[in-house]
Design a protein. Structure first.
Length: 81
């Protein structure tokens, strides 16, 4: 998935696609998942949530971008704290 290549390549900037710098994304990830482990699933949730916020796209479009089910996008967006 091209969008995830941005996350894995530390040399690439995230701002165009996520409207946040890499540093801000990492800080947000740490804040959102303080009590959880640092697994890939938590990072993916942060990326999906911020991408959805940044673009205001439908769940279907975001699910296509990240190659996850639409229900997964919905669950991430409406996840209870």
């Amino acid at each position: 998935m091209p969008i995830l290549r941005l996350w894995f390549d530390d040399e690439l900037e995230l701002k165009q696609d996520f409207h946040l710098s890499r540093r801000a994304m990492n800080a947000l990830h740490r804040l959102l998942h303080r009590e959880h482990g640092n697994g890939w699933a938590n990072q993916l949730e942060t990326l999906i949530y911020v991408y959805w916020l940044a673009h205001g796209l439908s769940y279907q479009v975001v699910s296509s971008v990240f190659d996850v089910p639409k229900a997964t996008v919905y669950r991430i967006i409406y996840k209870e704290a």
